[in-house]
Design a protein around this ligand. Sequence first.
Ligand code: NAI
Length: 462
Amino acid sequence: MASYDVIFIGGGPGGYVGAIRAAQLGLRVACAEGRETLGGTCLNVGCIPSKALLHASHMLHEAQENFGKMGLSGAAPKVDWPKMLAYKDEVIGQNTKGIEFLFKKNRVDWLKGWASIPEAGKVKVGDAIHEAKSIVIATGSEASALPGVEIDETTVVTSTGALALPKVPKSMVVIGAGVIGLEMGSVYRRLGAEVTVIEYLDHITPGMDGEVQKTFQRLLARQGLRFVLGAAVEGVEVAKGRAKVRYTLRKDGTGQTAEADCVLVATGRRPFHDGLGLEALGVQLTQRGQIAVDRNYATNVKGIYAIGDVIEGPMLAHKAMDEGHAVAEILAGQAGQVNYGVIPSVIYTHPEVAAVGATEEALKAEGRAYRAGKVSFMANGRAKSVFAGDGFVKILADAATDRILGAHLIGPAAGDLIHEICVGMEFGAAAEDIARTCHAHPTFSEAVREAALACGDGAIHA
Ligand code: NAI
C-alpha cells in the first residue's frame, strides 16, 4: 500500500493537469486512470482527434475550392480513409505519450486501472488499496443517452464512434446542432457525405450569440449541411446497416423520417461517476447528477474533492484544466481560483466560432446598457487574401464605463483571437484599451481592434 498527499481519479485534462501542478507544488501525487493511455476523453476520443480530422478535411476543402483560384493545379487529392485515421491516431499517440512523459518528469505515479473509493482517505485500484490525505474526482462525462436510440458505435454512433467509422458514409444524420454535431458533421460533409442535422430548438448552437447563430448556420448551409430545426428525434431503427430516424416537427406535430448510412447522436453529455462508490460514501449530487462541491471543490465528505465535467459548469477541457490547477493550489495551501466569467468557448469548424462573457441576449434580459462594436472580416485584408472574409468580430462594452462585457467571433482563427479579449477582461479592460493597442498589419487580429474602435467613435474600415 502506497501513501499519497493526493490521488486524482481520472487522467483527463482536469486530473492530469491537477496531478502535475500538485506535484510541482511539492505534494506526493498519484493519478488513477483505467484507459490504456492518459489524456481522458479529450485526448483519446474528443478534442484532439476531432481537430486532426477537421484539419485533414479542411485541407481537402481548400484543395477543392481554393487551390485553383490561387493558380495551383494538379491532380485533385483523394481521400485515403484508413491513412487519415492512422494520421489521427498518430496525433493521439504523440499527445498521450507526452502526458506520460510529464508524469514521469514530475514524479506523478500513474495507478493503472479503474479506481473506487472504499472509504474517505482510501483509493482502490485493482486489488491494491492506496492511502491519500485528499482524493480529487476528475472522472469527466459520457455521451447522454437518447430514449429510443440504441448506440452500436458503427451505424448509430456517439462522438467516439464518429472518430473511427469503418468508412466515410454516403449519408449521415446528426442529431443535435451543438458543438459535437457541427464539428463532426462538418468533417463528414467535407469528405463527401450528405449531412442532415436535426435539432430540437429553432436555432443551432444553444447559448451562443443570436447573430453568430444565424451567420454560422448560413455559412454551414452554404457548405452543404442541411438543417431541420424545431424537430424532436423520437427514435432510430437500424436495418441492414441503414438507419431510419423518426422525428416530430414541433410547430405542427407532424411525424417525419430521415434515412442515412450513419447517425451521430450528439445531444449532450452527462457527468460520469459510475463505480466510484459515491452513494455508499454519502457524497452529495446536484439534481442534474453532478457532484456537488463548494468554492474550494470540496464535496460534503471530508477529504474528497471533485473538478471538471463531473461538477457544475460548462463541459470544456480548459475549464477542467483550470479547476485542476486551482484545486492543486488549494490542497497545497495556496489560494487557487477560477474566474468563471472569463471562460472562452470555441467551435473548431471553418470558419471558427468563439465566444467569451455575456451575449447581447443576456445583457438585454438583464436590462444592462451596453454598446456593441461589430466589424466584418470582409474589411480585413489578411482574411480576404486567404478566402476567409466570412464572419465578424463583435465586442460588447458597458455603455457607461466602456468595460468589456463579452465578445463573439466567427471567422478565421476566431479560437485564437478570442484570447486577446479574455486577457483584456481579466485585466478589467475597456474597449478603448484594445482600440489604442497597436495591432500588426496585416493580421486577423486587426478585426478585433476595429471592433473595439467600433464600440467608441467608429472603426476605420467599416
Ligand atoms: P450540446 O449540448 O452542445 O448540443 C446538444 C444539442 O442537441 C442541443 O442543441 C439540443 O437542443 C439538441 N437535442 C437534444 N435532444 C434532442 C432531440 N431529441 N432531438 C433533436 N435535438 C436534440 O452537446 P454536444 O454537442 O453533444 O456536446 C457535449 C459537450 O461536449 C458540450 O458541453 C460541449 O461544450 C462539449 N464539447 C466541446 C467542444 C469544444 O469546445 N469545441 C467539442 C466537443 C464537445
